[in-house]
Design a protein around this ligand. Structure first.
Ligand code: AMP
Length: 458
């Protein structure tokens, strides 16, 4: 027996289906906003993260999985994907024809040597997007709308969106100076992390979680008093889009985020859980001014966000939100006797070809064992095949919930399974409540629309 590496977890069986479900939903939203996928390597040269995420961040200072490869190069398992995606955009010359913005989404594992706790792993998965090359604050706003839409699609109601601006460079320089003056009077009694932050990036002190330090932070100067007129106007434009689109938010002046590359708007999505466990932010992001240039690209800004898939899945699970998505087997095929198995395989194959989820017993088991298996697999129907059925081209179809059995010809079988699917999934267009299902309202019959059970089962 070998244990998993501390802070990592296996994502298997039903849980893996939950991850896939959440990831597919997130990706579908990104695609509706015109984003295209980026799959980058999980390892990069360490320098990329030192330059981008920044020397003053906890990630670079304490959390990176860095090692020397056999060629003596310093390699790091990616702690986040923004820098990787930008690096990839630069390497693949996506900025050359200046068709801005360049928009990418990603899904994949990240690695941070953090203390494992609720919602915090050493290997975890992120979904995120990057929108590069536009300096319009409306792009920042659009990215926040995208993030909100991702959560709405997953039925997170009552999300708290915290938002702040770190201002442009001029605002931040003035603000840093004011913070340095203020914290100089208190730094002796603050935590060691804050002492380091005071030297490396004083802004990050605002993010300190120690209750004693937070008291001191409360009295610190506020960014809003140091914003240049342009930075103030940009932030107001973002907030106006949120107001126009009825997205509730709270301006949180202590929100600075843990990565050094942010400037102007930064934001985080939070959510309360039934158990009251604090898993941390669901996701967050912001605008970055010089990251693209730091990664070897042109001097253009970008904006991005990332969600932690583990946190989304854990919270949805707490709400039992996956119950309704549990995929059930359409049918379990039970050949009675060795001779009937081949007939069963052909039937299974043709039904699967139509999109039905089918399992079959190939081990020549007794009836009661096969029924037990069908039950454990949550099958809606049992398809029982004896000698007569093979001879006559029929099957016995047993509805396992209603305990009703009929003998039907194999030609009718897929229609019969489809009917059940159709009733349960509300996926066709005729005879069910339009409001319940989104695919129904704009067209009038099955033929015109491909959403019906035989053509496009989802
Ligand atoms: P960040 O890249 O730090 O902005 O994080 C973005 C999101 O990734 C967070 O809001 C979390 O949902 C998730 N996340 C960050 N670190 C971890 C971790 N150690 N374990 C699980 N999820 C994480």
């Amino acid at each position: 027996m070998f244990n998993q590496v501390k802070g990592t977890h296996d994502i298997i069986l039903n849980d893996a289906e939950k991850y896939t479900f959440v990831e597919q939903n997130l990706v579908a939203v990104a695609q509706t906003f015109g984003y295209k996928e980026f799959r980058t390597p999980i390892m990069e040269y360490t320098e990329l993260f030192n330059r981008s995420v920044g020397d003053s961040s906890d990630i670079v200072r304490k959390e990176m999985y860095t090692f020397e490869d056999k060629g003596g190069r310093s390699i790091t398992l990616r702690p986040e994907l923004t820098a990787c995606v930008i690096r990839s955009m630069v390497n693949n010359k996506l900025f050359v024809n200046q068709d801005y913005p360049v928009k990418g989404y990603y899904v994949g594992p990240c690695f941070r040597y953090e203390r494992p706790q609720a919602g915090r792993y050493r290997q975890f998965n992120q979904f995120g997007i990057e929108c590069v090359g536009s300096d319009s604050p409306l792009r920042d706003a659009e990215v926040i709308l995208l993030g909100y839409q991702c959560l709405a699609n997953l039925h997170f109601y009552g999300v708290t969106l915290k938002i702040n601006t770190l201002g442009d460079e001029e605002s931040r320089n003035a603000y840093r100076k004011a913070l340095k003056e203020y914290f100089a009077k208190h730094i002796d009694i603050m935590c060691n992390d804050c002492k380091a932050r005071y030297e490396l990036n004083v802004l990050r002190i605002l993010d300190c979680k120690s209750p004693e330090d937070q008291e001191i932070v409360k009295g610190a100067p506020k960014i809003k008093d140091y914003l240049t007129p342009k930075a103030k106007e940009d932030f107001e434009k973002v907030l106006k889009v949120l107001d126009d689109n009825q997205i509730p938010y709270t301006v949180d002046e202590s929100l600075v985020r843990g990565l050094d590359y942010y400037s102007n708007v930064v934001f985080e999505f939070h959510y309360s859980t039934p158990s009251g466990t604090d898993y941390g932010a669901l996701g967050g992001g912001g605008h970055y001014h010089s990251l693209v240039k730091e990664c070897g690209g042109p001097d253009i800004p970008g904006v991005g966000l990332a969600f932690g898939i583990e946190r989304l899945v854990t919270i949805l699970d707490e709400y039992n939100a996956f119950e309704e998505f549990k995929p059930a087997l359409d049918a379990y095929i039970m050949p009675i006797g060795e001779a009937q198995i081949e007939y069963g395989i052909q039937l299974a194959n043709s039904l699967r070809g139509e999109g039905f989820m089918i399992e079959i017993c190939l081990e020549n088991k007794g009836m009661s064992q096969m029924f037990k298996k069908a039950q454990r697999r949550n099958a809606k129907y049992a398809i029982i095949i004896g000698e007569d059925e093979v001879k006559n081209g029929t099957v016995n179809l047993k509805d396992l919930e209603k305990a009703e059995q009929v003998t039907i010809s194999i030609d009718e079988l897929s229609d019969k399974l489809g009917e059940q699917y159709h009733e349960e999934h509300h996926c066709c267009c005729h005879d069910h409540n339009e409001e319940e299902h989104h695919c129904c309202h704009e067209h009038d019959d099955e033929e015109e629309h491909e959403c019906c059970y035989k053509k496009n089962r989802k």
